[in-house]
Write a protein that binds this ligand. Structure first.
Ligand code: C2E
Ligand code: C2E
Ligand code: C2E
Length: 90
């Protein structure tokens, strides 16, 4: 839904992301690495990304943004609160 931002802040668990098999996490891992490079932010255990980036990633994964955030919660890349935040949006 547009206009009802802000949703919960999207904070990716980078350590967990590294543990996932590349065929699942590859696109997200490359996206996160690109953001880290653009920011010069290499030392974090987590990375805050834009809400807008979740929409772009959802297109890459061929899911809705809500489905993708559920998937990321299932993978342990986003905290469970991200699922609750999405439930409020539906
Ligand atoms: P927060 O946003 O809740 O982040 C808590 C901690 O998570 C941060 O502590 C940092 O250790 C880590 N963290 C979150 N997002 C990132 C990220 O994208 N990259 C990296 N490397 N670490 C991340 P920290 O740095 O002591 O910051 C404490 C609080 O200060 C943050 O809480 C936030 O409220 C504020 N803050 C720090 N840097 C910024 C910033 O660039 N912009 C804004 N708006 N707030 C910031
Ligand atoms: P930009 O979008 O022109 O942003 C320039 C600077 O504005 C950023 O420098 C940052 O200091 C600040 N900035 C912009 N939006 C935000 C925001 O929502 N929160 C915070 N805390 N700061 C913001 P920085 O960090 O060195 O990034 C340089 C460039 O790297 C950005 O230029 C952008 O093109 C890209 N970038 C960095 N992080 C992201 C991201 O999470 N998503 C996307 N799509 N691009 C990013
Ligand atoms: P958002 O765009 O969804 O970004 C969420 C968080 O991702 C930001 O929280 C920040 O931690 C990180 N982030 C996003 N873009 C960048 C970037 O270019 N560089 C860096 N270093 N971090 C980035 P934050 O800073 O607390 O901002 C919360 C919201 O406030 C953002 O949500 C955005 O809607 C707005 N905002 C903050 N700074 C700017 C800005 O410079 N330009 C614009 N257009 N919006 C901003």
């Amino acid at each position: 839904p547009s206009g009802s931002e802000p949703a919960a802040k999207i904070v990716i668990n980078l350590e967990r992301l590294q543990q996932l098999p590349a065929e699942k996490a590859g696109p997200l891992a490359r996206y996160a690495a690109a953001i880290q490079s653009q920011r010069g932010d290499y030392n974090g255990k987590v990375l805050s990304i834009r809400n807008e980036d979740l929409r772009s990633l959802a297109i890459i994964y061929d899911m809705s943004p809500g489905e993708l955030s559920d998937q990321l919660v299932d993978w342990g890349v986003l905290p469970p609160e991200a699922r609750a935040a999405r439930a409020l949006e539906d």
